[in-house]
Design a binder for this molecule. Structure first.
Ligand code: COA
Length: 338
């Protein structure tokens, strides 16, 4: 377990932002392509529609927009940003898309890098950023979760294509000497179950010269064992959240908002019921975006902050989970201006 009690300074959440593509694909529209229907999708997942990046948009643009909104909310000069981490499994450039975002923002003093942990990516990136801030080596960080799974989904596989969408969200976090926003966290991986959900490379070797071959860079579409992933999430998320609540001696009725990775409404409901958290405190926008992978948590946070459900000082219990397999949880207070 990684604990921020090892660090010198606290972390404050002071801004958030998000951006989503223009194009909406409803369940009914999807049923024009695969044998599915709105009733099946809504009842099994809670998803009503998703958004898909079109030719005139890009993941980097969405991520830049989300980051800019977070920086504006925090009221920061972009030159004061020290660190930008882009959590994504779908970069535009496999060498990294975050430096482009850094330059789009004009954050010329920031170092930027990508981090991949699938749907847990935002949480993993947030905890990574918090290490730099809490150690005192950096003061201000922007953590972005952005994914374009639409380009890796098999749109003819009804078992997966109905679940995913594109989007971006971001938070602005800074080191503070007084009361911390980030109370505690834990991150986990289990690569032995990685086959339950993956986006793996093809093993396509082509002739290079006589006697030598090279591996062509290409990936298979997303493959998933839905039931296994479902069971993993409803088993592990309550355990990891429960462990953190116990560690910091926080009773679940003190949680203002349950902010889970938006994968499936039934997973959200199952986790909430394990902690007797009423549905009014369970944040969900699955209906409108589906599973946007690394983007779901900051996208949901931004929506609930801007419509003033989440208020400054609210306690948020957050958990991300997904491919890897990977999962994590964090407890934090929101300290933004709303
Ligand atoms: N529309 C209509 N029917 C569908 C369908 C669709 N989109 N997808 C699957 N079906 C059918 C199946 O073919 C199957 O039919 P059969 O019984 O005739 O073979 C039936 O529905 C049940 O399929 P199954 O895969 O057993 O459904 P399920 O109850 O497990 O629900 C998921 C499927 C994907 C909704 C569910 O397993 C799930 O949510 N898993 C977690 C996935 C997830 O969150 N992944 C991301 C994690 S980050």
């Amino acid at each position: 377990m990684i604990s921020n009690s090892q660090c010198d300074r606290g972390i404050s959440f002071v801004g958030c932002g998000s951006a989503t593509p223009q194009k909406i694909i409803t369940n009914d529209q999807l049923s024009q392509r695969v044998d599915t229907n709105d009733e099946w999708i809504q009842s099994r997942t809670g998803i009503g529609e998703r958004r898909v990046i079109s030719e005139n948009e890009s993941l980097i643009d969405l991520a830049t927009h989300a980051a800019l909104n977070a920086v504006k909310m925090a009221n920061w000069d972009v030159k004061t940003i020290d660190l930008i981490i882009l959590a994504t499994s779908t970069p535009e450039d496999l060498f990294g898309s975050s430096p482009k975002i850094q330059s789009n923002l004009g954050a010329s003093n920031a170092v930027a890098f990508d981090l991949t942990a699938a749907c847990s990516g935002f949480l993993f990136a947030l905890i990574t950023a918090s290490q730099y801030l809490a150690s005192g080596s950096m003061k201000r960080a922007v953590v972005i979760g952005a994914d374009q799974l639409s380009k890796w989904v098999d749109w003819d596989d009804r078992k997966t294509c109905v679940l995913f969408g594109d989007g971006a969200g971001a938070v602005a976090v800074e080191a503070v000497n007084d009361e911390t926003g980030l109370i505690g966290y834990d991150l986990k991986s289990d690569g032995s179950k990685g086959d339950c959900l993956n986006l793996s490379q093809s093993n396509n070797f082509l002739d290079l010269i006589p006697g030598a071959s090279y591996q062509k860079g290409e990936y298979f579409p997303i493959k998933m064992q839905g039931k296994e992933v479902y069971k993993f999430a409803v088993r592990e998320v309550p355990i990891i959240l429960g462990e953190i609540l116990d560690k910091y001696q926080i009773k679940s009725d003190k949680i203002d908002w349950l902010l889970l990775h938006q994968a499936n409404q039934r997973i959200l409901d199952a986790v909430a019921s394990r902690f007797s958290i009423p549905s009014e405190k369970v944040l969900s926008n699955l209906k409108f975006y589906g599973n946007t992978s690394a983007a779901t948590i900051p996208l949901m946070l931004d929506e609930a902050v801007r419509d003033q459900r989440i208020k400054s000082g609210d306690l948020i219990a957050c958990s991300g989970f997904g491919a890897g397999l990977s999962w994590g949880a964090a407890l934090f207070y929101w300290h933004g201006p709303y």
